[in-house]
Design a protein around this ligand. Sequence first.
Ligand SMILES: *Cc1c(COP(=O)(O)O)cnc(C)c1O
Length: 393
Amino acid sequence: MDQQPKLSLASLAVWGGEDEYLLDRATQVPVVHSVAFGYRDFDEWYEVATGAAEGHIYGRNTNPTVAVFEQKVRLLEGAEAATSASTGMAAISNLLHALLRPGDRVVSVKDTYGGTSLLFTEFLPAFGITCDLIDTTDTEATEAAIAAGSDLVYLETPTNPTLKVLDLQRLISAGHAAGAIVVVDNTFATPINQLPLALGADLVVHSATKFLGGHADALGGVVVGRSDLVRKVFQYREINGATLDPMAAYLLLRGMKTLDLRVKRQAENAMAVATMLEAHPRVTRVNYPGLESHPQHRIAVSQMSGFGGMLSFSLDGDLEAVKAFLPRLRLAHRAANLGAVETTVGPPATTSHVECTPEERAALGIPEGLVRYSAGIEDTDDLIADLRHALDF
Ligand SMILES: *Cc1c(COP(=O)(O)O)cnc(C)c1O
């Protein structure tokens, strides 16, 4: 066969994984709601049931619509294999439970997503797994903790909600030198802006609920990477039962067709908003990896092809100022979500770190007066005007 030209991510977002499941000449992936898949021939059934042949048996294990979603993310991240879960947290917790054993040691950073952080501080230690969470931007300390003995290194960059950036190349190398599996949560960056597997990571995990789906109408999670590891995660997940629903898989698939367009527009909007806010007298600090003032801007430039749609900022006047400011925004949902086509805002106390007490948030260096801003795809000038108006109180 002749060699096909390699497709760019924008084309893979539209076409990737889609060509195999067309029913009755439909051009769109069918939503298969069937719980079980029937076989007249025993031998064929047996082959599929034992994994000797491709096919579907039961919806908790695999489903044709869900399989297309997995393939699309696999192709976008440049991965060997993919599996999915009902939510981002299901993907993360199934991954950790599938790959870790009592006595194992995880090295991660303090600023992981709130739910992930709780797995490290409460749930995994109950199974005899040690989790060391290092100062997020202290690369030397993290390297030292990894070298001291680690089975799994768990990274997330940029972080939620303070947009810190980890040096992926250095920390992945440190993980591999110690013989650890290296996992990266790529939810904030998306494959359009950052490809951790190309930098050597073993697994990438996403909350597909956010940018991949992009329309705030479906929950989902996905794990992609080395096929031996993905297989273990799949085998745990099919028994654990946190299966992605076919309708959610369809909504996520439909959302992903515009991933490249959306993510580029969101990054443009975020950059414009961050630049405006940085010069605004009521704003004391802006966290956005695209700003030259960002402490890890150079690392972001070296490992990201775009800086993403997420930023956060502090108002002078703490939580009271935030309470007065938020209702004045017209073009923003005040909601615990991000990555959608609509701009979404919220303070950490009701969004990323709702699970933490004010004291725990303070210990993590997350100010109560912080506003997390997920830029949507609205007109840039409209967003700027809306923010300027809302800040004038
Ligand atoms: C939202 C989020 C998660 C959890 O995903 P759910 O789909 O809400 O379970 C994990 N990691 C990051 C970075 C997130 O933003």
